[in-house]
Design a protein around this ligand. Structure first.
Ligand SMILES: CC(C)(COP(=O)(O)OP(=O)(O)OC[C@H]1O[C@@H](n2cnc3c(N)ncnc32)[C@H](O)[C@@H]1OP(=O)(O)O)[C@@H](O)C(=O)NCCC(=O)NCCS
Length: 198
C-alpha cells in the first residue's frame, strides 16, 4: 500500500535488452563461474571497491547481483549480465541513489561496469552501457546519471566519454583505498536533456 510517506513503487524494467551484438539479462546463480573468473583477477578489481574475489567473496557478490533485478527506491540496484553469443562477457549496474523529495520517484542513478579482459577492446562495454543508459532514462524518471571512478582508471574514463558523459569533478583524496591510502575520485555526469538531445 502507498502511504503519505511511501513513494510509488517503480515497475520492474523490461528485460532482457538486446543490442546489435549483446543480450543484457538479470544475473543468475549459474553465472557465478563466469563472473568469478574475471573478478578473481587483481588487474580487473584494481580500481573496484573490492579486492580480487575468493570463493566466499564471490558467493556474497553473486547473492547481491542475483537479487538486484527491480530497483524501486534509492539504494537499490539493477545488475545485468552481458552476453555475446551466449557467453557472459561482463556485468553492468545501475544504482538508484537519490530523489528530489521523500514522496518523489528516484531521480539520480549511478552506473558501474566490469568486463572480462578476454573481451576487452571490442566495444562491448560501451554497447552494453549505452543500452543501460537508454533503459535508465526510458524506464525510470531519472534526471541525472553519474559515474564515479578512480582517475587512474583510464579505460573506464574513456568509456564514460564514449557515453557522452561530462567530466564534472576531480575530488582529491576522498576515497579510502584498500591499501590504506587515500585515492582521488573523478565524477562523470549525464543529464536527461543531454541524453535526449544526443
Ligand atoms: C572499464 C572497462 C569496462 C572498459 O573496457 P574496454 O574494453 O576498454 O571498453 P569497450 O568494451 O567499450 O571497448 C572499447 C575499446 O574498444 C575499441 N572498440 C573496438 N570496436 C569498438 C566498437 N564497435 N565500439 C566501441 N569501441 C570499440 C575502442 O576504440 C576502445 O579502445 P580504446 O579505449 O583503446 O580507444 C574495463 O576496462 C573493465 O572492466 N575494467 C575493470 C573493472 C573496472 O575498473 N570497472 C570500472 C570501475 S569505475
Amino acid at each position: 500500500m502507498t502511504t503519505a510517506s511511501t513513494p510509488p513503487a517503480q515497475p520492474a524494467p523490461p528485460l532482457p535488452l538486446a543490442t546489435g551484438r549483446l543480450v543484457l539479462r538479470t544475473v543468475l546463480a549459474s553465472d557465478g563461474a563466469a563472473i568469478g573468473a574475471y573478478c578473481a583477477d587483481p588487474e580487473v578489481t584494481r580500481y573496484l571497491p573490492f579486492a580480487a574475489l575468493d570463493a566466499e567473496g564471490l558467493a556474497e557478490r553473486m547473492a547481491r547481483l542475483v537479487a538486484a533485478t527491480a530497483p524501486s527506491v534509492p539504494g537499490e540496484s539493477l545488475c545485468l549480465a552481458v552476453l555475446h553469443d551466449d557467453v557472459l562477457v561482463g556485468d553492468v549496474m545501475l544504482r538508484l541513489t537519490d530523489r528530489h523529495g521523500p514522496q518523489d520517484p528516484p531521480a539520480i542513478g549511478e552506473l558501474g561496469w566490469v568486463f572480462s579482459p578476454e573481451y576487452a577492446g571490442r566495444g562491448f562495454a560501451t554497447e552494453a552501457a549505452r543500452a543501460l543508459v537508454d533503459l535508465a532514462f526510458t524506464h525510470y524518471p531519472l534526471h541525472r546519471l553519474m559515474a564515479r571512478l578512480d582517475p587512474r582508471n583510464v579505460a573506464s574514463a574513456r568509456l564514460c566519454e564514449r557515453l557522452g558523459m561530462t567530466r564534472e569533478a576531480h575530488t582529491r583524496e576522498d576515497y579510502a583505498d584498500r591499501d590504506g591510502t587515500w585515492s582521488d575520485t573523478a565524477v562523470y555526469g549525464l543529464l536527461r536533456r543531454e541524453w535526449a538531445g544526443s
